[in-house]
Design a binder for this molecule. Structure first.
Ligand code: HEC
Length: 395
C-alpha cells in the first residue's frame, strides 16, 4: 500500500483553514452586529454600561451589556477572541506552502512571464507578504488620528499596485492568492500585534487603578474597522481562482480591485443596516458595481481573430499531446500526477469533445492550462483549439 500523502495533507489543511476562517469571520460578524445593535435603554442604566441588547437563540434568551471601557471588577474567566484569527492565518500559510511553494513549478511560476527558480519565486511571494504588512502598519501608524476611510483607501491603493505587479510575475492564480494572503496577513497581524496587545495593556492598567491611554483604544479601533471591511474581499479573492474568466482576463488586476470594492460596499450596507439605517442605495451600489465589472470584463475581452481555414482534429490532437496529456491522460507521465487531474483524461477525441466548453474556458479564455506552463503553449496554438471548438459548434 502506498499513500499519496500530498493531496491528503492539502485536504486536511484546507479543511482546517475553512473551519478556523468560518469561526473567525463568524465571530467578527457577530461582534460587529452586536456593537451596532446595542441600544442604551437595554443597558438598564447600570454604571459604566453604554448599551445592551436582548436576543433569543436556540431556545434561550440572552441579555448582553457593553461596558464602555471595562467593568469595575474584572471576572476571573474572561474570553479573548484570538485563536480563530491565528489558526486561520497559520493554516492559510500552510496551504500556501503545500500548494504554491512546494509545487511552485505547477501553481506559482509562469515561465512565459518570469522564468523564476523555485527559490526566487518563493522569495518574491514571501517578500510581498512581509513588505505588505510593514507598509500597511506604517500607513496605520501615520494616520491613527485620521479617518479609517483615508488609511483604508491608501492600503487599497497599495494592494491594487501589488496585484498589478504580481500578475506580471506569477501565474494568475498564484498572483491572486498572494493578494488574498497579503490581506489575510494584515487582518491577522492587526489582531496579533495591535488589537490584543493594546487591550491587554488597557486591562492591566485598569487593574492597577490607572486610567488607560485612550490612544491604545483608538489604534485598536482603526484596525478593527479595517478588518471588518476586508472580510468580504478576502473571501472573494480566495475563491476567485476557480474562475478563469476572471483570473485569465488581461485586466484581471483591475477586475479584482472593482470586485473587492463591491465587497466593501456590501459590507458597509450591513454595518449601516445593523444601526437601523435604511441604506439600500449602498447595497445597490455594491451589486451594481459587481454587475458593471462583469459587463466591463466582457466588453474588454479581445475579439478572437476571424479564422478562414478549416482546422483538422489531427492538429488539435498534436497540440494536446504536446501540452496536455503529460497530465491529462489515463497514464500520466508528469512526475506530479499518478492519475489524470480531476479525472480528466484527454486521450481520445470523444473525451476532448465531451469537455470542450471547459477546455475553452481554461485554454482560450483564461489561459490557466497547461498548468505550470513549462511547455510554453503559444497563442497560435490556443487559437487553433478555439477555432476547432467553434467550428464543431457550427456543425
Ligand atoms: C502539469 C499538469 C497539467 C497540464 C500539462 C495540463 N493540465 Fe489541465 N489540469 C491540471 C490540474 C492539476 C487541474 C486541476 C486544477 C486545479 O487544481 O485547480 C487541471 C484542470 C483542468 C481543467 C478543468 C477541469 C474542471 O472541471 O475544472 C481543464 C478543462 C483542463 N485542465 C484542461 C487542460 C488542457 C486542455 C491542457 C492542455 C492545453 C491541460 N489541461 C494541461 C493539470 C494539468
Amino acid at each position: 500500500m502506498e499513500i499519496d500523502i500530498l493531496p491528503w495533507m492539502s485536504l486536511a489543511v484546507r479543511w482546517l483553514h475553512l473551519i478556523a476562517g468560518i469561526a473567525w469571520i463568524g465571530s467578527s460578524f457577530y461582534f460587529i452586529w452586536l456593537d451596532n445593535s446595542l441600544r442604551p435603554e437595554a443597558g438598564e442604566k447600570e454604571a459604566g454600561v453604554s448599551g445592551g441588547l436582548w436576543a433569543v437563540h436556540g431556545g434561550g434568551f440572552y441579555h448582553k451589556k457593553k461596558f464602555q471601557v471595562a467593568p469595575d471588577n474584572l471576572p476571573d474567566h474572561l474570553h479573548w477572541f484570538k485563536w480563530e484569527a491565528y489558526v486561520t492565518w497559520l493554516s492559510g500559510i500552510g496551504l500556501m506552502i503545500l500548494m504554491y511553494y512546494w509545487q511552485a513549478n505547477l501553481y506559482l511560476i509562469n515561465p512565459m512571464r518570469a522564468d523564476l527558480s523555485q527559490f526566487a519565486a518563493i522569495s518574491v511571494g514571501v517578500g510581498f507578504l512581509v513588505v505588505g504588512w510593514i507598509i500597511y502598519d506604517i500607513i496605520c501608524r501615520l494616520t491613527t488620528k485620521m479617518s479609517s476611510l483615508f488609511s483604508g483607501a491608501l492600503w487599497f491603493g497599495f494592494l491594487i499596485l501589488s496585484t498589478y505587479i504580481l500578475v506580471q510575475v506569477f501565474s494568475d492564480r498564484g498572483a491572486f492568492l498572494h493578494v488574498g494572503a497579503m490581506i489575510g496577513t494584515a487582518m491577522a497581524g492587526n489582531v496579533f500585534f495591535v488589537i490584543i496587545p493594546n487591550q491587554k495593556i488597557v486591562v492591566a492598567s485598569m487593574l492597577a487603578g490607572k486610567t488607560p491611554d485612550p490612544q491604545l483604544l483608538v489604534m485598536a479601533k482603526q484596525r478593527s474597522v479595517h478588518n471588518n471591511y476586508m472580510t468580504l474581499p478576502v473571501l472573494l479573492i480566495m475563491v476567485s481562482t476557480h474562475y478563469p474568466t476572471l483570473t485569465g482576463h488581461h485586466l484581471n488586476w483591475l477586475l479584482l480591485a472593482l470586485l473587492s470594492l463591491s465587497g466593501v460596499l456590501i459590507r458597509h450596507f450591513f454595518n449601516l443596516r445593523h444601526k437601523d439605517k435604511v441604506v439600500y442605495p449602498v447595497l445597490f451600489a455594491g451589486f451594481g458595481l459587481f454587475i458593471a465589472t462583469m459587463i466591463f470584463a466582457a466588453a474588454t475581452v479581445p475579439k478572437p481573430a476571424a479564422h478562414t481555414s478549416e482546422v483538422d482534429f489531427s492538429q488539435v490532437e498534436e497540440i494536446m499531446q504536446l501540452h496536455c496529456t503529460a497530465c491529462h491522460s489515463a497514464n500520466p507521465t508528469h512526475p506530479a500526477f499518478d492519475e489524470p487531474p480531476m479525472g480528466l483524461a484527454l486521450d481520445t477525441r470523444e473525451q476532448f469533445e465531451q469537455f470542450s466548453s471547459s477546455i475553452y474556458d481554461q485554454v482560450v479564455v483564461g489561459k490557466t492550462m497547461p498548468l505550470g506552463g513549462d511547455t510554453l503553449m503559444s497563442d497560435e496554438e490556443r487559437q487553433i483549439i478555439a477555432n476547432w471548438i467553434e467550428q464543431q459548434k457550427k456543425q
